[in-house]
Design a protein around this ligand. Sequence first.
Ligand code: ATP
Ligand code: MG
Ligand code: MG
Ligand code: MG
Length: 442
Amino acid sequence: MFTNAGMNQFKDIFLGEARAHFPRIADTQRCLRVSGKHNDLEEVGIDTYHHTLFEMLGNWSFGDYFKKEAIAWSWELLTEVYKLDKDRLYVTIFEGDEADGLSRDEDAYAYWKTIIPEDRILLGNKKDNFWEMGDTGPCGPCSEIHVDCRPDTERTVVDGKTLVNADHPQVIEIWNLVFMQFNRQKDGSLNPLPAKHVDTGMGFERLVRVIQGKTSNYDTDVFQPIIGYIADRAGIPYGQDEKTDIAMRVLADHIRAISFTIADGQLPSNNKAGYVIRRILRRAVRYAYTFLHFKEPFLHELVPLLAKQFEGVFDELKSQQDFVQKVVLEEEQSFLRTLVTGVQRFENYVKEKQAITGDFAFELYDTFGFPIDLTELLAREKGLKVDMRGFQQALAAQKDRSRAATVIDTDDWVVLHESETVDFVGYDRLECETEVLKYRKI
Ligand code: ATP
Ligand code: MG
Ligand code: MG
Ligand code: MG
């Protein structure tokens, strides 16, 4: 439903179905990772480097340069242009995968060996080092560049060598160099692509963080103006308490996703892409309400700030500022009306219950407009689980009821069959595809 990586719009070129006007390109692509294969929503705000919407910077070769150049140029850009400390960088390469009949990426390994000490080249598995857009489509092994931002005192040194720790929140991936070689088929097999391509993706906000020497993306000048405004209006300093910090980060992040998706032509609604926006917005409203004590609509105030920040970069926000602000305000107003009672109902419920039943989750969804992931979030905060199966059943039962009521007379038209519209049942799964309404004139 959304562009989740810089390569999405180049898919046809990779598949050989469209011709590239230029064999080499560099760009920035706004990406959203809140659904499907790449869904980072749960991390956003909790950690300091996954966003719902971020800019993916990329350089591209369409059948032109390949691994050797991509590796050498990425290193040059990071260390000679951006002047990042070489000693803090390390890289990963694909270790191979027997089931897919893929061997270790020896070429990438050999090129990196001429650039970086061997102990800073790590092997990565299919999950991290084989890039796939989805279940099918162009894909290939990749090589990632990570930065160790830990203070010197926390970086373990053994025999004069720094050891890397990929599981530390201050050790972050900033750039992924993907070598597109295959096309994943529906049956799972891999076919070689007509030509080999390079697709790289570097998170702009992470890059800024490293260049500006910060320990969080939210401490950079990309996010600080917004965080500062939220803190001021909430009357709570940022950096004082983890709970309120998370809430401020969530708001600062979510307003970007909300504003840009609306500016790009989507509106919050009850299905498909519109529901994704609604869910992100409701999540933000709930954080603002509960942790920052905004009892009145607040998010919309952030739109002009963003528009100003992106003026000259993404002007579409400035030119639609009033419209976007109005849409956000209306959404906030309507959700705040049910949120208060819904939260109260939830609090009373969890006083007595050890788990959230499907029926109760459905009640929150149906009566109070709580997206299921919001209920899951509330439950998680209390250390409780939601019966997702039960929720899906309750949802399906409601659909059956409404399906039974879909034969309706409308003037001289009869609706013979109205398939249900897409109910968004989770960021990772859709229950059914939308069908065009079928009418027959009588
Ligand atoms: P991570 O392992 O940190 O989740 P990834 O491997 O999923 O990142 P890629 O799909 O390789 O990310 O995307 C290329 C680059 O885009 C990453 O190296 C990172 O700099 C950036 N990036 C990916 N996801 C996010 C996100 N949710 N927010 C901000 N930047 C991101
Ligand atoms: Mg990821
Ligand atoms: Mg990764
Ligand atoms: Mg990656």
